[in-house]
Design a protein around this ligand. Structure first.
Ligand code: ADP
Length: 169
């Protein structure tokens, strides 16, 4: 039997129910999905790679087809390394499309074997992004319906630590 393996790469800073919704849909199409957390050092992330990895692991442990790992460098190089020829990306509003198309074509250029599959989330997740989640919680809002509890707790803690640091100067 041929294993249908796909890679779902991203920053996941942090993972949201929108990402999880895409993963659940992907399990109907693939036997194994590698959730690949980018080990980004240049970009200013709220969580370290280890923290993002942990939050992803905890948030998707109920989906048996998903394996969570981190990767360095080019995602296509990592896809080749793990023998994945399909990349999953989520498409929300039209605004995602231009960038995602560019990325898909560039990835194909670098690694001929890779194809991108776009999945559209359920409508309640169409306007959800990691950055909006960070902003809302940073300003004191709560988002139980949009992120796993463990993620909400982690963001609240992170902002408390940040505020304490700012107070101390
Ligand atoms: P990146 O830094 O690569 O954009 P993200 O962690 O922001 O990584 O997102 C990873 C993938 O998940 C991207 O394809 C993004 O479009 C998709 N995604 C993020 N949020 C949602 C959502 N609410 N619904 C559907 N797809 C989403």
């Amino acid at each position: 039997m041929i294993m249908r393996k796909a890679i779902y790469p991203g920053t996941f800073d942090p993972i949201t129910n929108g990402h999880i919704n895409i993963l659940e849909k992907a399990t109907r199409l693939f036997d194994e999905i590698v959730l690949a957390v980018a080990n980004i050092t240049g970009k200013d992330t709220l969580f370290s790679t280890e923290e993002r990895l942990y939050l992803c692991q905890e948030s998707v442990k109920h989906i048996k087809e998903v394996k969570v790992v981190s990767f360095d460098g080019l995602v296509v190089d990592f896809a080749r390394e793990i023998d994945a020829v399909t990349m999953i990306r989520g498409l929300r509003a039209v605004s995602d499309f231009e960038y995602e198309l560019q990325l898909a074509l560039m990835n194909k250029n670098v690694y001929q074997k890779i194809d991108t599959v776009f999945l559209v989330p359920d409508s309640q997740y169409l306007y959800l992004s990691s950055s909006i989640v960070r902003q809302v919680i940073g300003l004191g809002g709560r988002l139980h319906d949009h992120i796993p509890q463990i993620v909400e707790d982690a963001i609240i803690r992170r902002f408390q630590e940040k505020n304490l640091k700012d107070l101390k100067g």
